[in-house]
Design a protein around this ligand. Structure first.
Ligand code: SF4
Ligand code: SF4
Length: 128
């Protein structure tokens, strides 16, 4: 049976080092949500990825994501896919030591439903 990780909104994944990669659609959605132009969004909230082949969300001086406000995400309804996908669609060895998501053993159908709900992705099998 698959294990679904239920996010507890601890915000650790919004604070640890790394980069949230963005595509054009995500930039357009977040700019629209913030009611600013894409150009302004890029200027204010993004930086070059480490490999300089695209954009990532900017960080605050303390390393937190620029959109972390207290314990909330300021772009929650339109947050990037990378954020939605963690930890069920991608994670890394030992992530459970920091991420507080609760592992739940669920049936295949329930797993599909929960992952689709969390990630906004539909009709894809586990790990695809
Ligand atoms: S965009 Fe939101 S969910 Fe993603 S890292 Fe930033 S604060 Fe966290
Ligand atoms: S995915 Fe994990 S680290 Fe991120 S907010 Fe949820 S419980 Fe915390």
């Amino acid at each position: 049976m698959p294990v679904y990780f239920e996010c507890q909104r601890c915000t650790a994944c919004c604070r640890w080092p790394g980069q949230v990669c963005l595509d054009d659609g995500e930039i357009a959605r977040m700019a629209s949500f913030r009611q600013i132009t894409e150009h302004d969004f890029i200027q204010r909230y993004t930086r070059l990825r480490q490999d300089r082949r695209g954009l990532a969300l900017a960080e605050k001086a303390n390393g937190e994501c620029i959109f972390l406000e207290g314990n909330d995400c300021a772009v929650q309804p339109v947050k990037p896919q990378q954020c939605r996908d963690f930890p069920n669609r991608w994670n890394f060895p030992g992530f459970e030591q920091t991420c507080r998501a609760l592992p739940r053993l669920v049936g295949e159908e329930e797993y599909q439903r929960l992952v689709a709900q969390a990630t906004g992705r539909h009709g894809q099998s586990k790990g695809a």
